[in-house]
Design a protein around this ligand. Structure first.
Ligand code: 5GP
Ligand code: ZN
Length: 112
């Protein structure tokens, strides 16, 4: 399967890693939109939040259990925003579930 985030999870494509465990990997976004911009991905290929099921939801739970540690390790001390773009209308560009952790400055209330 030709999935860039699966390749990053396997270490085939390098990433600037923040955190890793059995279930997930967190790394800095290659094109940061905020001073600190980290992506958290499951180590299983799940296309998007729209493809979460009873069978794979443990990956999502494990990601959210890891997020406080990931945020601390990334230096997101003042708070952060969690975003997951899902499908065409949300402009999801990589079809492997990922959560953007964004911060490092006071973010605007509105997304526009
Ligand atoms: P999406 O638009 O799908 O929500 O977000 C995909 C994100 O992945 C974008 O912010 C993009 O900059 C990031 N990205 C795409 N390819 C790579 C890559 O090879 N390495 C890293 N670190 N980030 C990537
Ligand atoms: Zn994948």
């Amino acid at each position: 399967m030709d999935c860039i985030f699966c390749k990053i999870a396997e270490g085939v494509i390098p990433s600037n890693k923040v955190y890793e465990d059995e279930y997930c990997l967190a790394f800095h976004d290659i094109n940061p939109q905020t001073p600190i911009h980290v992506l958290v991905i499951p180590k299983a290929h799940i296309v998007s939040a729209d493809e979460v099921t009873v069978e794979n939801s443990a990956f999502v739970t494990k990601i959210f259990e890891a997020i406080p540690t990931i945020a601390k390790q990334a230096g997101l001390v003042g708070g952060y925003r969690i975003i997951s773009n899902c499908g065409e209308d949300a402009c999801q560009s990589v079809k492997h579930l990922h959560f953007h952790l964004m911060g490092g400055k006071k973010l605007p209330e509105q997304m526009g």
